[in-house]
Design a binder for this molecule. Structure first.
Ligand code: ADP
Length: 723
């Protein structure tokens, strides 16, 4: 009987839309999902068998070089997820596979270390040094550690191995994660919590795609409630895996210790700041099904779970779930997609859910569970607007009289204050007083921010950094450059002069370079070693400061200026979250919100504490123009080497837009950041009715134009940034 070559198609983690065919050499088996090494041009590359092809090919195909045996095959659900996600975000499938292959070393056999342990046999010749070694060798130790512990040379240890008194044992360098214990709740749940927890347990038991919105103010006990859903998943299935997504790495520290308290073991942590060793271990353990609870940033969504039974997206409204570089995607949206493919439950938790999620809840697609009471706290902080039009701060000062008095009162009561200003550095703009020049990065349309602590001017978009020049680069005037407007460093200067003797610290991504320094600062604040903490949005999240009773929002209008679609929504969410930091324990808190626009709905309804009214107002605005959640949006961004080239190709691209019912295309227009890293940018905005497959529309459009390699196109489905 003639034997036909067996053909497999192999997807490579490259910007390629389709897998390539390879021949399987005789005797080699590689079912779909297998990790294989294949030749590609002059190189060898690792890819994943995507499908088996029964049909013999006439073409001469290259052969698969090797199957990476230690790596368990990528599960079918994971492959389905990669494919569907790629279609949705309009990106080559290979790019999404690359996100699932973040740890190359994880595919290899787990590395072992060799340790020594006493055999129980005594050597014929005994010396005091040998006695010391054997006394230390009751538990496995490396040769070096054993010699150190016994304070002898390594020769003594070696001789004992030869004499049979010590033996070598092997141990993996990537120890498995211990199984979590479903246990029992730490607190007696409140009636609200009990109802929500029971509803979630039920959803988990249904073993089907179910979405729940867990909605309750900060501190209402949402975490405690979703812990019960996790416990149920663990109880129901001894192999269940649970993924908990968090928006910020800074948050994982605080949350992981709560997991440990509740489930007896630390969860597996996954985020970009983790070292390659930690990533290798987590990836392999997830693939093997032994990492049962995974807590991570958005990229944890791309781990190869074997049996995902529950996903939790905490702070589901948070912007940082949107990845803006490389593959542009929203982790919350893809998490819902993943839950659908896995046929499992997903919980979206937030104190200020996104309008998209609220709309899904309103239409009955998501189960809406509300927690109203706040365990341990009598009430939410009182929120008061300080109208700066009536009582402005002095010139070149940013704290108005009302906030100033409140800070004094707080200090007098030996309590803590938090001042929120979402601007890093000293001044967001540097201006020449002689010629009016505003300093920009050389290749990017964005103002440079003055940083006094480091003495630099920094572009926050690209990271471009320069020393502050002595003379204006435009007119040459000396000493004419002045920082305009406040950043947290300048606010700290004002606070130091106003509140003498107060212990003041600044928390921004510039002042806490590492997770450790962040933790230290948080501990100083918790321990009462700081009186006034000044911070950017990192302070808004997750921290619990028992003696914090005053939150001052220095500039509530900042996020509303130059506003995009979500400016109001975002401002409302952020300010409510910041305000919620005040008064968590038994002390009542208050928030003072400085504004020049007290009548704007986001600010006015925040002060009124009326989230539902704000949501209704925003929904109405969006509905009127058919914007999300009542329609879909897509953005297309072209970037070219020169302005002329950008114009030329943008108009060619625009002319190629398909005609489709229910779809409107606006543009091209110069992007607000017209030049970024030397590339000239043009944008299109696409609005579509809800029933339109916008991803397919965008993919068709993109395929119609063959752009030269020097012109790049980025597609952003459901854009959050309009820059
Ligand atoms: P959220 O996730 O909504 O911000 P958490 O679950 O973190 O709320 O709860 C806020 C605080 O209240 C935590 O310190 C938590 O331990 C505590 N807590 C939650 N539920 C209860 C309860 N039923 N009884 C007592 N304390 C609780």
């Amino acid at each position: 009987m003639p034997t036909f070559p067996r053909i497999v198609s192999v997807l490579l983690p490259q910007p390629l839309p389709e897998p390539f065919d390879y021949e399987l050499p005789e005797g080699m088996t590689a079912p779909p999902g297998s990790f294989v090494v294949v030749p590609l041009g002059p190189r060898e590359m690792i890819g994943v068998v995507w499908a088996e092809r029964g049909v013999p090919s006439n073409r001469k195909l290259k052969a698969v070089t090797e199957v990476i045996a230690p790596a368990p095959p990528l599960p079918a659900n994971m492959r389905a997820f990669i494919e569907r996600a790629a279609k949705y975000v309009v990106s080559p499938t290979g790019n999404l596979l690359a996100m699932a292959m973040r740890s190359r070393e994880a595919l290899e056999e787990a590395p072992m270390e060799q340790l020594l342990i006493a055999t129980g046999d005594r050597p014929e010749r005994m010396t005091p040094a040998r006695e010391k070694v054997l006394a230390e060798a009751g538990a496995p130790l490396s040769q070096a550690d054993l010699a150190r512990a016994a304070d002898v040379s390594s020769g003594v240890v070696k001789a004992l191995v030869e004499a049979g008194a010590l033996q070598v044992v092997e141990r993996t360098l990537d120890p498995p994660f211990d199984p979590p214990d479903p246990g029992a709740p730490i607190h007696d749940l409140t009636p609200d919590q009990t109802v929500a927890a029971e509803a979630l347990r039920k959803l988990v038991r249904e073993l089907a795609f179910r979405v729940a919105l867990l909605d309750g103010v900060t501190g209402s006990g949402k975490t405690e409630v979703y812990f019960e859903a996790i416990a149920e998943a663990l109880r129901e299935d001894p192999e269940a895996q649970i993924l908990v997504l968090l928006p910020e790495i800074a948050l994982t520290q605080a949350v992981t210790s709560r997991f440990e308290e509740r489930f007896g073991v630390a969860p597996a942590e996954w985020h970009s700041a983790a070292g390659s060793k930690a990533r290798r271990r987590v990836w392999r353990e997830v693939a093997a099904g032994r990492a049962r609870i995974v807590v991570g940033a958005r990229s944890a969504l791309f781990l190869p779970y074997r049996k995902l039974r529950l996903i939790v997206v905490d702070e589901e409204h948070d912007q940082s779930y949107k990845q803006e570089e490389g593959v542009i995607y929203h982790a919350r949206d893809l998490a819902v997609m993943r839950a659908q493919i896995e046929a499992c439950a997903i919980i979206l938790a937030s104190a200020t859910p996104s309008l998209e999620t609220l709309q899904n809840a309103a239409s009955g697609r998501y189960t809406h569970l509300r927690l109203s009471a706040r365990p341990g706290v009598s009430r939410l902080p009182e929120i008061k607007l300080a109208d700066l039009r009536d009582n402005p701060p002095e010139t070149n000062r940013w704290i108005g009289p009302e906030l100033s008095t409140a800070i004094e009162e707080t200090l007098a009561a030996k309590e803590q204050a938090l001042l929120f200003l979402n601007r890093r550095g000293y001044a967001p703009l540097v201006l020449c007083r002689a010629c009016g020049e505003r300093l920009k990065a050389p290749d990017t349309d964005s103002w440079l921010t003055e940083h006094r602590y480091s003495g630099k001017l920094i572009c926050h978009l690209t990271g471009f950094t320069m020393d502050k020049p002595l003379a204006c680069p435009n007119c040459g005037a000396k000493g004419s450059l002045a920082g305009v407007g406040p950043g947290v460093e300048r606010l700290a200067e004002e606070v130091h002069t106003r509140f003498k003797g107060a212990r003041v610290e600044v928390l921004s991504s510039d002042t806490v370079a590492s997770p450790e320094s962040l933790r230290e600062l948080i501990m100083r604040m918790e321990g009462g070693a700081i009186d006034i903490l000044i911070g950017t949005q990192i302070v808004a999240k997750g921290h619990n400061f028992p003696a914090l009773t005053l939150v001052g929002v220095v500039d509530a209008d900042a996020g509303l200026r130059g506003g995009d679609l979500r400016a109001g929504e975002r401002t409302f969410q952020l300010l409510l979250q910041v305000a919620g930091r005040a008064g968590r324990a038994d002390k009542p808190g208050r928030a003072i919100i400085q504004t020049y626009a007290p009548e704007s709905p986001a600010v006015a309804l925040l002060a009124a504490g009326d989230r539902d009214a704000f949501v209704a107002h925003e929904m109405e605005q969006r509905r009127a123009i058919g914007f999300p959640p009542f329609g879909r949006l897509g953005a297309v961004i072209l970037a070219a080497g020169s302005s002329e080239q950008a114009n030329e190709w943008a108009s060619a691209f625009g002319a190629a837009a398909p005609n489709a019912p229910g779809v409107e295309v606006w543009g091209p227009a110069p992007a607000p950041i017209t030049v970024l890293r030397g590339r000239h940018r043009r944008r299109f905005l696409v609005r579509a009715d809800r029933n339109v497959d916008l991803s397919a529309f965008l993919a068709t459009w993109k395929a119609r134009v063959k752009l030269p390699p020097s012109v790049r196109v980025a597609i952003d489905v459901e854009p959050y940034s309009f820059m």
